[in-house]
Design a protein around this ligand. Structure first.
Ligand code: NAD
Ligand code: MG
Length: 303
């Protein structure tokens, strides 16, 4: 999907209600983790709609879950803003990852592909090491990978799902930060993806939503610890964004056609609409922004 006029980009003055169509996705199902390549309708990750302005010139970024959805939009934006990008994703997402790597390379930046299951502790330890080795440095970390499986009845939420959701969403995040810290010089940034679910949990997302609340709290505590070292930690809280997460059991199937329509803007967000918040928090222009969570929710209120 692209915006109605292909000559527009994220800096073009527009009515946010109509910047993207209000989609009515058909009921559909993909096995976890889901592919952007098979999402109906396709999402906008900024291939034709994000214009770089030199805000991350010469930076070295590691973005988890950069193959699809929000992470892919952030990867495209970072590359167009001048950063080289290491992308982590699951091996099953190679098709999406190759597409985004191509867009990064078209922007004249390096794309490093690192397929790794963050639920596998042994494999996970290789992630930061490989990113640093291949990028030559690391000064921007975006912890964006996440697992979301809707379960209607709490009795049906298995111990296995509970532990894996916590492992991927918050425990892996903490371990990646620990691995990254020896490499992060003053000026470096960490941006974590939390969610509107941190404040307004859906009844069928009890495990997921509570990890997102933990990510907010983790962000604010860690930010205070790392600020004196010149490392800024912040978060972004998306509202309903049209991504493969939603069609791989992230939502009850029957809820998909209405996805995002209850926001004040009346439509789901597109992944590229998240990218400017991550760019801002990673760029030096946000030098006094520490421990903040930027809400990108289409108007749904957050504290
Ligand atoms: P997405 O499916 O495109 O991205 C999630 C990514 O997480 C996957 O591409 C995958 O690479 C990664 N991932 C999942 N399990 C993994 C594992 N075991 N090991 C390694 N990587 C793994 O969906 P998205 O919506 O762009 O999600 C990105 C982030 O945004 C997630 O943290 C999600 O919780 C958050 N978020 C999404 C929404 C939304 O409405 N889409 C709203 C709020 C927050
Ligand atoms: Mg994906």
């Amino acid at each position: 999907m692209t915006s109605t006029d292909a000559t527009t980009d994220q800096l073009t003055f527009c009515d946010p209600v109509h910047r993207f169509p209000a989609i009515r996705p058909p009921v559909q199902d993909q096995p976890e983790p889901g592919l952007d390549a098979e999402l109906i309708p396709a999402s906008d990750r900024g291939e034709h709609t994000y214009r770089g302005t030199g805000r991350l010139e010469g930076r070295h970024a590691l973005i988890t879950g950069a193959d699809s959805g929000i992470g892919a939009a952030v990867a495209i934006a970072f590359a167009r803003e001048g950063a080289d990008v290491a992308m982590s994703y699951l091996p099953a997402e190679e098709e999406d990852a190759q597409h985004i790597a191509g867009v990064i390379r078209e922007a004249g930046r390096r794309a490093i592909l690192i397929p790794v299951d963050l639920a596998d502790p042994a494999a996970r330890t290789q992630l930061v090491a490989r990113a640093v080795e291949e990028l030559g440095a690391l000064d921007a970390l975006v912890n964006n990978a996440g697992k979301q499986i809707a379960v209607e009845r709490f009795e049906d939420l298995s111990d296995e799902q509970w532990l894996e959701t916590y492992d991927v969403n918050i425990t892996a995040m903490a371990r990646i930060v620990r691995d990254a810290l020896p490499h992060l010089a003053p000026g470096s940034t960490i941006v974590n993806t939390t969610s509107i679910q941190a404040y307004s949990p859906s009844p069928h997302l009890v495990d997921y939503a509570s990890t997102k609340a933990a990510i907010n709290n983790f962000t604010k505590g860690l930010a205070q610890q790392l600020a004196p070292r010149g490392i800024r930690v912040n978060a972004v809280a998306p509202g309903p964004i049209w991504t493969p997460l939603q069609v791989s059991d992230g939502q009850p199937k029957e809820a998909l056609p209405e996805f995002g329509t209850s926001t004040p803007l009346g439509r789901a967000g597109q992944p590229t609409e998240l990218a400017p918040a991550y760019v801002f928090l990673t760029s030096a222009e946000s030098s006094y922004v520490v421990g903040a969570t930027i809400a990108v929710t289409g108007g749904s209120p957050t504290p």
